[in-house]
Design a protein. Structure first.
Length: 357
């Protein structure tokens, strides 16, 4: 196979990989522009850049492939159920994330609030700043409660710094507080070993626009968070389930809690399988595998040794996860034809004292 120049390979990576990885949502510098419900404030526009070049897009695809090959930890951003629709619910959320003032809260401007007295003042400020929020629940969501986490063993300080960068970039123009819960500082009897940071953000921004994140926004948030983690020396990625070849959904939290408590599972989590959904999952997995094969084929043609090594690493990862043969494995199978299994020798019974034949 003839080798191709890096420019040629870049073109193939962009053609086959940019759409598959949905690349460009973070690095293009278009954060907040065109995303439903996001507020493109002036300060955020100033941080953004121009359109990525073909080489930059290709390198972004390479970075995604490297993360796949080395099994980089996946970031997690979760919306806590029951978004507050009134001040009473917001107060409960602030009490929870601060453990009623025991854990410090860091506000959007860097001010740290700690203790019951300061927490009470913060609640009053939130209720009266901008549009007044009534105590009772209304029709509109008034705040979101997010949890950003990483696997156990991740540097806690790096996670906090990354979340601070994420919030400044994605939630600028809104009141928000963040609180990091660690195994050491959390007074909960069973603290989580996963470093995580809670964010409570007020929906209505300083300019009156409301924060209204959708599915695509959440993926962009994950990309922003992963980018911030990497900038602080923490390996992280934000791929979709299809890109991870994990089309089956994980066990729901309610089911896991019931199972962990030892209670009997009845109807929760016992849904009859949907054949059409299963067929769709298989079809999508095939699409993803074909995309990886094309990308690896392009890298394999590159005259850059690093590209060639990356192709082998990705194919080895896929072979481990889904039994996909690498080119070397396929060649070995062709070179060594299967041998017919040896037949077992028949067992001949002899009478006691009878000589062997």
């Amino acid at each position: 196979m003839s080798q191709r120049s890096k420019e040629y390979v870049d073109g193939m990576l962009v053609e086959w990989g940019a759409a598959f990885f949905n690349q460009g949502s973070v690095a293009t510098g278009s954060v907040g522009q065109g995303a439903k419900g996001m507020v493109p404030t002036k300060s955020r526009r100033q941080k953004t850049g121009g359109v990525l070049s073909k080489a930059q897009k290709a390198d972004a695809v390479r970075n995604k492939l490297r993360a796949v090959a080395r099994r980089s930890p996946e970031v997690m951003i979760k919306f806590v159920a029951g978004a507050p629709r009134g001040m009473r619910q917001i107060k409960r959320a602030l009490d929870y994330v601060s453990r009623k003032g025991e854990i410090p809260l860091e506000e959007q401007d860097g001010i740290v609030t700690q203790g019951k007295e300061e927490l009470g003042q913060l609640k009053e400020d939130w209720q009266n700043s901008g549009a007044f929020i009534a105590e009772e629940e209304g029709k509109l969501i008034q705040a979101y409660h997010l949890v950003l986490s990483m696997p156990e063993g991740t540097d806690e300080l790096g996670v906090k710094r990354a979340v601070r960068d994420f919030a400044e970039r994605e939630l600028g123009g809104h009141l928000y507080v963040m609180a990091q819960h660690t195994f050491d500082n959390d007074p909960d009897p069973e603290p989580s070993k996963h470093p995580h940071v809670h964010i409570v953000v007020k929906v209505r921004g300083e300019d009156g626009k409301r924060l209204n994140p959708r599915k695509d926004d959440l993926q962009r948030w994950r990309e922003t968070y992963a980018e911030a983690l990497r900038s602080h020396g923490i390996d992280a990625t934000a791929t979709r389930r299809l890109q991870r070849l994990k089309l089956e959904r994980g066990e729901r939290q309610a089911v896991r809690q019931i199972r962990d408590s030892g209670r009997e599972l009845k109807q929760i989590g016992h849904k009859r399988g949907d054949p059409e959904r299963a067929r769709r999952a298989i079809r999508l997995e095939g699409v993803a595998i074909e995309a990886y094969k094309r990308l690896c084929a392009a890298l394999g043609q590159s005259d850059d040794v690093g590209d060639q090594q990356l192709a082998v690493s990705v194919m080895n990862r896929l072979a481990e996860d889904r039994g996909i043969a690498t080119p070397a494995q396929r060649a070995a199978r062709i070179a060594e034809p299967e041998q017919a299994p040896k037949r077992a020798e028949p067992v001949v019974k002899r009478e006691p004292g009878e000589p062997e034949r």
